[in-house]
Design a protein around this ligand. Sequence first.
Ligand SMILES: NC(=O)C1=CN([C@@H]2O[C@H](COP(=O)(O)OP(=O)(O)OC[C@H]3O[C@@H](n4cnc5c(N)ncnc54)[C@H](OP(=O)(O)O)[C@@H]3O)[C@@H](O)[C@H]2O)C=CC1
Ligand SMILES: Nc1nc(=O)c2c([nH]1)NC[C@@H]1CN(c3ccc(C(=O)N[C@@H](CCC(=O)O)C(=O)O)cc3)C=[N+]21
Length: 293
Amino acid sequence: MQAKLIDGKAEAANVRAAVAERAAAFSARHGRKPGLAVVLVGNDPASEVYVASKVRLTREAGMESFEHRLPADTAQDDLLALVRRLNADDAVDGILVQLPLPAPLDAGPVILAIDPAKDVDGLHPENAGRLVAGLPGLVPCTPMGAMHLARTVRPRMDGLNAVVIGRSNLVGKPVAQLLLNANATVTMAHSRTQDLAGLCRTADILVAAVGRPGMVRGDWIKPGATVIDVGINRLPPADGQAKGRLVGDVAFDEAVAVAGAITPVPGGVGPMTIAFLLQNTLTAAERRADVMR
Ligand SMILES: NC(=O)C1=CN([C@@H]2O[C@H](COP(=O)(O)OP(=O)(O)OC[C@H]3O[C@@H](n4cnc5c(N)ncnc54)[C@H](OP(=O)(O)O)[C@@H]3O)[C@@H](O)[C@H]2O)C=CC1
Ligand SMILES: Nc1nc(=O)c2c([nH]1)NC[C@@H]1CN(c3ccc(C(=O)N[C@@H](CCC(=O)O)C(=O)O)cc3)C=[N+]21
């Protein structure tokens, strides 16, 4: 058996096209484009690539992109001051501070400083709380992307067993909450989980968000399961290569022979993250415009 490949690139293009239509309507109505500000502290090469493609796709969707690159030795207070300026700037609808921040900067106070109405990462405790309470808010982009891809093969998740490996605020916890909202029976696994392989074998939907290349082996997967691989790991470069290959948290070659459907890396959840970042920016712009009317 060969698993169906879930095409994140194609799905992301669909989401971006819908966002571009709504963005055009927003601009016509309000006389300005929705705006996304991205803050990058230091020059982590992986983040550079991610930020560059965000800037390009933001503009392609008919939105304004504001880039703020700060040196790695930026003071905590200067970063907080920038966030407050962006909060006060009416041209900015969404604020994304690229994580992790270089040491010794502390992400906690920075996340708390972001206006929840502009928090397109959904990381502010107000938005995290709204997701848990079932209230409207901004939901983290990667979990939305993971759910969207899972829904392409499992439109109804009622009663399905879902296992999420990883419990970060950015990915694992919100993915689990979205699966719960879709009426799956959800188990959250992490570094202290016992018999992780056995637990994974109970999963109709398996989401891996760990950051360990190839950790999920083929024999951890229930035959026919839907496997969503969130991990983005760069392997060390092969001889003569400038940079290593990108791989997920799932041993793809093994998993593809057992799963019913699987997301590849690259071309799976990654492109969806950017598409939903743009969607969140537009949602934030529309809600802010409604409030200001
Ligand atoms: N596709 C995309 O768009 C995105 C991809 N990512 C990728 O997703 C992955 C996870 O990111 P993120 O959530 O931010 O990572 P974190 O490092 O914040 O969280 C990793 C989680 O994995 C758990 N974990 C670590 N080792 C094991 C283990 N041996 N067995 C079981 N669980 C383990 C940790 O458990 P514990 O809590 O006990 O320490 C933790 O909850 C990374 O590869 C990252 O690059 C991230 C964001 C976006
Ligand atoms: N505040 C914050 N929010 C984030 O959402 C966030 C972050 N910080 N820090 C870093 C991680 C990582 N992340 C990725 C998003 C898209 C791709 C992506 O588009 N990947 C392409 C490949 C890109 C390539 O080839 O280099 C793919 O998987 O097909 C990758 C990684 C968002 N993150």
